[in-house]
Design a protein around this ligand. Structure first.
Ligand code: G6P
Length: 362
């Protein structure tokens, strides 16, 4: 029962849940592996994935952001086209569905009404559904054909942290399992790479003082902030911005680096904080070009880069992990930035205004 969960020595559930992420990674590795070190997934899920000619990911909020990362895994590893949709929008302009669609609902709570509305509709249409959730007995789990459990343990803070990284880890495992079922040769061992991620997360959660200092330098008094990234860093910049606005009420937006010049750069003033992610080798040069563009207009810019891609004045360097899995580590300092920004502004970290942990109305 969630009410039995204690904060222990932590001042807030959010900080506790951020710290639990390495443990959750290891738990997922254990739960999704059998004694022969093979992936352990329900054979019916494997079949459903293999049979799909297109996957439709449906989710809201942070779970939607995890879905954006999941799309990359499934397309790159399992070679199945994926669309990711915001649940509340899906029904208005329902895409033309493929012949053999599989719907994948991503939901921490398994109770989000917007997602359930889509589930009800596509079940009426006779399509199969898989729910990826932290609560196996939940509505979305019961009403779907298949469930994958996140094993993240109860998440109490309204702002989702460990569920996001758990969703990404489970999606990576699902993508690899599907690839193997389809006979696709991969140069990617998910368990080995997740073990590296878990260690990297531990390194990151031990660097709270550094992040707190960065928060003071960049976000202490600002009214707004921008997160930029290219490729998968763009997906994570959306989540970084969501975390910051949810709990610190700083107006924040995530943008694709290349899209800045098409509008958003007009908002850059002297001192505007811009947080840039640089974890991908193929876009390292171009994202740093974007940083120069905003700095030239007075922005207070900082780069969070990955080891191996770092430059001298980067504000923070992440431990190196496989390039597909960088969202699992790059999000951690962004979660902590949001946490400390909220703390410094005396905001109610675990129960931000106007928000609910699980939204059961459409
Ligand atoms: C609410 C929460 C968000 C969450 C979203 C989706 O808005 O405040 O943190 O990301 O619902 O929730 P779900 O349980 O479906 O992942």
């Amino acid at each position: 029962d969630a009410s039995d969960i204690e904060k222990g020595t932590y001042p807030h559930f959010m900080l506790k849940e951020i710290d639990e992420q390495p443990i959750v990674m290891r738990k997922i590795m254990k739960e999704y592996q059998n004694d022969n070190n093979d992936l352990k997934l329900d054979a019916t899920i494997r079949q459903a994935m293999k049979a799909a000619d297109r996957i439709y990911i449906i989710a809201a909020g942070t779970s939607y952001h995890a879905g954006l990362v999941g799309k990359e895994f499934i397309e790159k590893l399992a070679k199945i086209p994926v669309e990711v949709h915001v649940a509340s929008e899906f029904s208005y302009n329902m895409p033309l569905l493929s012949e053999k669609p599989l719907f994948v609902f991503i939901s921490q709570s398994g109770e989000t009404a917007d997602s359930r509305a889509v589930l009800v509709k596509i079940k009426e249409m006779g399509h199969p559904a898989l729910t990826i959730t932290n609560v196996p007995g939940s509505t979305l789990s019961r009403e779907a054909d298949y469930t994958l459990h996140l094993h993240a343990g109860p998440e109490i803070a309204v702002a989702s942290t460990k569920a996001y990284t758990a969703q990404i880890a489970v999606l990576a495992i699902l993508a690899v399992d599907t690839a193997r079922a389809k006979g696709i040769e991969l140069d990617f061992d998910p368990m080995q790479e997740l073990a590296i991620v878990a260690n990297a997360m531990e390194v990151l959660t031990a660097q709270k003082e550094t992040i707190e200092q960065i928060t003071r330098n960049y976000l202490a008094t600002t009214r707004n902030a921008f997160f930029i990234g290219r490729s998968t860093d763009f997906n994570v910049s959306l989540e970084g911005a969501l975390k910051l606005k949810e709990i610190s009420y700083i107006q924040a937006e995530g943008f694709a680096g290349g899209e800045l010049k098409h509008g958003t750069i007009a908002l850059i003033e002297k001192g505007t904080p811009v947080i840039a992610l640089a974890t991908q080798e193929n876009v390292n040069y171009s994202i740093r070009g974007n940083v120069q563009e905003v700095v030239a207009r007075g922005a207070n810019a900082m780069v969070i880069s990955m080891k191996g891609l770092e430059q001298d004045d980067d504000a923070f360097v992440l431990p190196q992990v496989h390039e597909l899995l960088t969202p699992l580590v790059s999000v951690v300092p962004l979660q902590l930035l949001a946490y400390y920004a909220a703390l410094h502004r005396d905001c109610d970290v675990d129960k931000p205004r106007n928000l609910a942990k699980s939204v059961t109305v459409e």
